[in-house]
Ligand binder design. Structure first.
Ligand SMILES: Nc1ncnc2c1ncn2[C@@H]1O[C@H](COP(=O)(O)OP(=O)(O)OP(=O)(O)O)[C@@H](O)[C@H]1O
Length: 440
């Protein structure tokens, strides 16, 4: 078949399944032509289908063109159903086969461009929010509907899920977008200062109040007030906030002259407000006031496919900012990103990606650079020896270090290597020589 193709194509030949898989692992071809009639079943298609399945499992982006007999429509259709990109019926015609193969290369190129574009384009139109999962896209659609209204919105979700980002998006997409966005974290300010921070104070109203000062509510006039960690607001202040939400006027501390303020209020919390109400630390009437609309932001681990999309986007944007553009994740990094539960959500991911950008050798970012561990896989499901070797080497070093309490001299004896070699390897795999970071 080699004679069919012009000299500018690199062609490798394999006559059975094992040789073909070895070739796939070694050459990583973009396009494969596969005759389904392979030994030990040259007259049938069982071995050919097995190989098709293996190729698509190991390297799913490969374009496989299945070559079938003249009347063999059934197998051609089955192969396409399994994921082959095209089929070609014998007898061989060099021009037609070249045409089909070139079309497969073009398709592979288009898919590559598409993947890159999809990464840049993102699934939402909301600035700063990267998402592709149905869960987040649905939140974004609700947000786009709610933004132009003035309804008070409560955003709930674990820490680092993007509650503040969504609050800003609500503001930016509203008619208040050009006006101020004032944020206050109710958990970060001591109880005795929170009232004056929110409502402002008059000169002389307490020791140290040498001048009058506007509070956050007043300074957000015309715009949006974001009350982060509303679940931590003291009960006394909850009553004042409720009055403001009902009457839209505030009294500065030390003043008896109410000031009317026009703000849209958005609140957020990582706590279960219903539980706080049961415990008596949050007013039920305030809860109903602040939750005219509630956005429950799912944890990153519960958003299908988002972890990788957000990580890729962060690698691009932070890589550019940190003067290390065009970095890419290795297979083990991708697997680790997908498998990690991300308890700190996107904030945790930002920290890990920043670290990895600093630590990565060359253009490839590994799971170790991200300080993530990936579960060991059998060599069958890994693309080539380099990947298997690195995973195994890293696991053996970690095991040796752990078994001798991170004593480098003992671990190097156990592994049968010199101490300098062990140091080089722990550097390479970013294994810290201390028990706390033993899973690094
Ligand atoms: N979907 C996303 N796409 C891109 N960046 C995101 C996304 N979600 C969150 N981030 C980023 O993650 C970081 C944490 O987000 P944010 O502060 O909005 O979370 P939060 O839920 O308000 O956290 P906390 O409850 O701890 O205040 C920010 O830098 C934010 O820009």
């Amino acid at each position: 078949m080699r004679w069919c193709f012009s000299g500018d194509l690199e062609v490798s030949l394999a006559s059975d399944r094992e040789t073909a898989l070895a070739c796939l692992r070694r050459e990583e071809p973009e396009v494969v032509t596969l005759d389904l009639g392979l030994p030990p079943d040259p007259g049938g298609a069982t071995e050919g289908f097995r190989l098709l399945e293996d190729i698509l499992q190991l390297a799913p982006m490969t374009k496989v063109i299945v070559v079938t007999g003249r009347e063999d429509k059934e197998n051609a259709v089955k192969a396409i159903g399994m994921g082959a990109s095209d089929f070609y019926q014998k007898p061989l015609d060099a021009d037609i086969l070249t045409f089909v193969v070139n079309r497969a290369f073009r398709l592979a190129e288009l898919e590559r461009d598409n993947r890159e574009l999809a990464l840049q384009r993102n699934g939402t139109n909301i600035k700063g929010i990267v998402a592709a999962s149905p869960q987040m896209l649905s939140i974004c659609r609700t947000l786009e509907k709610v933004a132009p209204t003035d309804v008070t919105t409560l955003i709930t979700g674990e820490t680092g899920t993007g509650k503040e980002l969504l609050a800003r998006a609500l503001h930016d997409l509203s008619h208040r977008g050009e006006k101020p966005f004032a944020a206050i974290n109710c958990a970060a300010i001591p109880e005795n200062l929170l009232e004056s921070e929110l409502f402002g104070f008059e000169k002389g109203s307490f020791t140290g109040a040498t001048q009058s000062k506007k509070g956050k509510i007043e300074s957000a006039n015309g715009g949006t007030l974001f009350l982060d960690e509303i679940g931590d607001m003291p009960l006394a202040l909850q009553a004042k906030l409720l009055r403001f939400l009902q009457e839209r006027v505030i009294d500065r501390v030390g003043s008896v002259k109410p000031v009317s303020v026009d703000v849209r209020v958005v609140c957020a919390t990582h706590q279960d407000v219903q539980e706080l109400i049961k415990q008596g630390t949050f007013r039920e009437d305030l809860y109903y006031r602040i939750s005219e609309i509630t956005l429950d932001v799912p944890a990153l681990r519960d958003r299908e496919g988002d972890a990788l999309v957000v990580a890729q986007s962060l690698l691009q944007s932070l890589g550019k900012q940190m003067d290390r553009p065009n970095l890419a994740f290795t297979e083990d990094a991708i697997k680790a990103i997908k498998g990690h539960p991300w308890p700190g959500n996107v904030r945790e991911m930002i920290n890990k990606v920043k670290r990895a950008i600093i630590m990565a050798d060359g253009k490839r970012v590994t799971a170790a650079d991200l300080q993530l561990s990936c579960d060991e896989e059998g060599p069958e499901s890994q693309l080539n020896l380099r990947q298997v070797r690195e995973n195994a080497e890293r696991a053996a070093i970690l095991q040796a270090l752990q078994s001798c309490g991170f004593n480098m001299a003992q671990a190097s004896r156990l592994l049968g290597i010199t101490r300098p070699t062990l140091y080089n390897l722990t550097d390479k795999y970013r294994i810290k020589a201390s028990p706390e970071s033993s899973s690094a």
